[in-house]
Design a binder for this molecule. Structure first.
Ligand SMILES: CC(C)(COP(=O)(O)OP(=O)(O)OC[C@H]1O[C@@H](n2cnc3c(N)ncnc32)[C@H](O)[C@@H]1OP(=O)(O)O)[C@@H](O)C(=O)NCCC(=O)NCCS
Length: 167
């Protein structure tokens, strides 16, 4: 398992069971299925970054994002409950932003549950701003619906050596 300084690695992608187990610990009933992680693994449109414990090799945090012609979209970020508030999610977001800037992309987009104060605080800390709200977007375990908050963050232009998206 690699540290986040080398986080853009395919190594964690190969262990989809570890990803699904961490997601279940982090997000309970909202966690993605093993089949969904299997599908992500073979989908070129998605990238996955992970942070592992160097001594135990355990997966501690991951982020999944999709890469479009102009934007990155953060699809999911999750940190093991026993390793929160240690900056792991922040490291993944910084690495994702660096990826986007290196590709010459314009923005990072995301959607987050209106009630997820921790994630919204994380995103605001990393320069995301609220663009809007989508009513009743997420299902709730109770049977109701929850609004999505739409957020984005511009990416800095890199004038020299930037890798442009394929035309
Ligand atoms: C949201 C989540 C990814 C944050 O991971 P994390 O590694 O604990 O976050 P970081 O340590 O990088 O936190 C960076 C900053 O975000 C903010 N933040 C993170 N968690 C917070 C919380 N519970 N309450 C308030 N602010 C919080 C703080 O500003 C924090 O900085 P600080 O610790 O110096 O105060 C984690 O709580 C998680 O996995 N939650 C369940 C999955 C989830 O909701 N994912 C988002 C789906 S869109």
């Amino acid at each position: 398992m690699l540290k986040c300084s080398k986080a853009m690695t395919s190594e964690p992608i190969s262990d989809v069971e570890a990803l699904a187990a961490l997601d279940a610990r982090a997000r309970g009933l909202d966690a993605w299925s093993l089949a969904r992680f299997e599908a992500l693994k073979s989908d070129q449109g998605y990238q996955l970054m992970g942070i592992g414990d160097d001594s135990t090799q355990a997966l501690l945090a991951f982020a999944v994002f999709s890469v479009g012609p102009f934007d990155l979209e953060l699809e999911m970020i999750a940190v093991d409950p026993s390793h929160r508030r240690q900056g792991l999610a922040g490291q993944l977001i910084v690495a994702m932003i660096e990826q986007g800037e290196a590709k010459g992309l314009e923005r990072v987009l995301l959607e987050v549950r209106a009630g997820n104060d921790a994630a919204q605080a994380l995103y605001e800390r990393h320069g995301f701003e609220v663009d809007g709200r989508r009513a009743g977007y997420y299902p709730q375990a109770s049977g109701g619906r929850e609004d999505a908050i739409l957020m984005s963050r511009p990416l800095a232009r890199q004038e020299q050596g930037a890798e442009r998206p394929a035309q």
